[in-house]
Ligand binder design. Structure first.
Ligand code: PNS
Length: 169
């Protein structure tokens, strides 16, 4: 791994709508590997997320409090430009199942083409988290299913407020 003054910086980018224990498992693994890990929420006007970028970043900040080398940020535009701005040499991504591979491979190769000096590093989420996705968490929760153990309690509380707001209850 290319090192640099101040140590190896990695970016863990994503939508994080909302953060799950699967994401946090990756943060924990990444925090052990890199000197500085920046978890960064994409500002994407094309998507209609459940939570605003600020809400997602707040939930992340609450969840990563225990990791002194992890910080939370947001970005827009090309990820490789953001990585350059942060002097990051690594993009960190998680792979849950083989179904993630194609999408991740496309992104990693495109990012390599755009910026060969930035390496994408994939980590396997713990098997207990390999089925969790933000999308499924939202779906199960909105249909009244239990998401206990899938997201931090503070995220569950925010989901409860948001879904209550939706149904007008
Ligand atoms: O959590 P997600 O939605 O799978 O994360 C996707 C993300 C944010 C990593 C990806 O959409 C991204 O990097 N977007 C920034 C725009 C960009 O650089 N696009 C070209 C990368 S192939």
């Amino acid at each position: 791994m290319a090192t640099q003054p101040g140590g190896a910086v990695a970016i863990y980018p994503g939508t994080f709508d909302p953060i799950t224990y699967g994401h946090l498992d990756l943060v924990e693994r990444g925090a052990r590997l890199f000197d500085r890990l920046i978890v960064s929420v994409l500002r994407n006007d094309a998507k209609t997320p459940l939570f605003s970028v600020e809400e997602r970043a707040d939930m992340l900040r609450e969840a990563v409090q225990g990791f002194p080398n992890v910080e939370v940020d947001s970005f827009h535009g090309l990820l490789v430009d953001y990585a350059a701005q942060k002097r990051a040499s690594v993009i960190l991504r998680g792979i849950r199942a083989i179904s993630d591979y194609e999408y991740e491979l496309q992104m990693a190769l495109m990012n390599r083409r755009l910026s060969p000096q930035v390496e994408t590093v994939f980590l396997m989420a713990g098997e207990a988290y390999s089925f969790i996705s933000s999308k499924l968490v939202k779906e199960v929760f909105s249909l009244g299913g239990s998401i206990s153990g899938l997201v931090p309690p503070s995220v569950e509380a925010r989901l409860r407020n948001r879904v209550r707001g939706w149904s007008g209850a």
